[in-house]
Design a binder for this molecule. Structure first.
Ligand SMILES: Cc1ncc(COP(=O)(O)O)c(C=O)c1O
Length: 389
């Protein structure tokens, strides 16, 4: 008997999750007193829920209120707070009716894709990229168009690249700061791309999940420049709420009701308690800025220490908490390099295959949201590994 399986069975794994499993297994076999595994594979802040959010959650739990379903697009107080955030941070006037609260940024992608595109539509994006952009699109029958990008364009796509495409894409995904490179578009580059997409009837999806985690360069939002763009953001990174699974979208007027209908049917509503925590997190600026300062310090350590550890060909990240490094001259490919890194140096890192099927074999990603002492220790171990090669 051969029962049918669906199109979803062709979706590749999100390999970083497999690295987590391997690193967890490795930790279990460590002898007592052995040096710990440095967890630099995953982009998960170890800083925990901000204190003000903890207090808000405790108050909600203590109040005896039934924390039930909320509106499909989220609690109106949180949507209004998110809209106010656009005024605070970017000076942009966004109507709260355009905000949709989602299950992290991850929950926003299927809603955005289904609201804006049809099966067979072409979605352009730069490589290297965050893998679920492509894997979710493919699972939904969309066709990704990969634009190979390098240091020359700061790993970001250009208008010329879009103009050269035939057929013209139906959508473009931008990420600034980007994962895995940490690269950013300058505000004027984002503006030019957003305006070009609007004029050319290309639906722009701007993933702004790493806003707040920038180290000197200004971050603009696509919502400032285009009313037709879909902006995606999350409480997972700057707000240090990864496991609370709460994010948001800024929607164009023409997609609000569609996304609402999709969200009601797919999820009924976002998590009530996570929305309480998220709303309070907006008032935890001091703590969140201290987290950012910690990442900035780790970034400085890496920028200073990586060349001495044998890694000089990389682009200093403008934002997020990743460095994307070349393995050329270090190993046959990045998978064998990452295996060696875990086995011999006790560092868990992610192979570039996840981010760039064509060129990723020469790269790996280190995440520096680990404690600063771990980042320092990783540099020592990388230097030792390099000397032993
Ligand atoms: C670029 C990017 N977008 C989206 C996500 C998904 O984030 P979440 O679903 O936790 O909000 C991540 C997670 O690492 C990411 O790096």
């Amino acid at each position: 008997m051969a029962l049918k399986v669906g199109a979803g069975s062709a979706v590749p794994p999100f390999r970083v999750m497999d690295v987590i499993t391997a690193a967890n297994a490795r930790e279990k076999t460590l002898a007592p007193g052995a040096p710990k595994i440095l967890r630099m594979e995953v982009g998960q802040p170890g800083t925990g829920l901000p204190e003000g959010a903890k207090r808000a959650v405790a108050a909600a739990l203590g109040s005896g209120d039934v924390l039930g379903y909320t509106e499909g697009l989220g609690r109106s107080s949180l949507r209004a707070r998110i809209a106010a955030h656009y005024a605070d941070w970017y000076g942009a006037k966004i109507d709260a009716a355009r905000i949709a609260v989602t299950f992290g940024a991850s929950g926003a992608f299927p809603l955005a894709y289904l609201a804006a595109f049809n099966p067979g539509d072409w979605i352009a994006l730069a490589a290297p990229y965050y893998p679920p952009y492509v894997n979710i699109a493919t699972a939904l029958g969309l066709r990704p168009v990969i634009l190979p990008c390098g240091l020359e364009t700061g790993f970001q796509p250009t208008i010329a690249m879009l103009q050269a495409l035939d057929p013209k894409p139906d959508g473009l995904i931008l990420a600034s700061p980007a994962n895995p490179t940490g690269s950013m578009l300058a505000p004027e580059e984002l503006e030019a791309l957003a305006r070009y997409c609007h004029g050319a009837e290309i639906r722009l999806i701007s993933d702004e999940i790493y806003h707040g985690l920038t180290y000197g360069k200004p971050a603009a939002t696509a919502a400032q420049f285009s009313d037709s763009a879909i902006v995606i953001n999350s409480f997972s990174k700057y707000y240090s709420m990864t496991g609370w699974r709460v994010g948001w979208m800024v929607l164009p007027e023409d997609l609000i009701r569609t996304v609402e209908r999709l969200a009601q049917n797919f999820f009924v509503s976002p998590s009530y308690i996570s929305q309480i925590a998220a709303e309070a997190a907006f008032d935890c600026g001091e703590e969140l800025e201290a987290n950012r300062a910690r990442y900035a310090q780790s970034r400085e350590l890496l920028l200073a220490g990586l060349p001495a550890a044998g890694f000089s060909a990389f682009s200093p990240p403008d934002g997020a908490f990743y460095v994307y490094l070349s393995t050329v001259g270090m190993a046959a490919d990045s998978t064998s390099f990452c295996t060696r890194l875990l086995d011999e140096a006790g560092i868990a890192a992610t192979t570039g295959y996840d981010f760039d099927a064509a060129r990723g074999e020469n790269f790996f990603r280190l995440s520096y949201c680990a404690p600063t002492a771990d980042v320092q220790e990783a540099l020592t171990r990388l230097t030792r590994l390099n000397a032993a090669s």
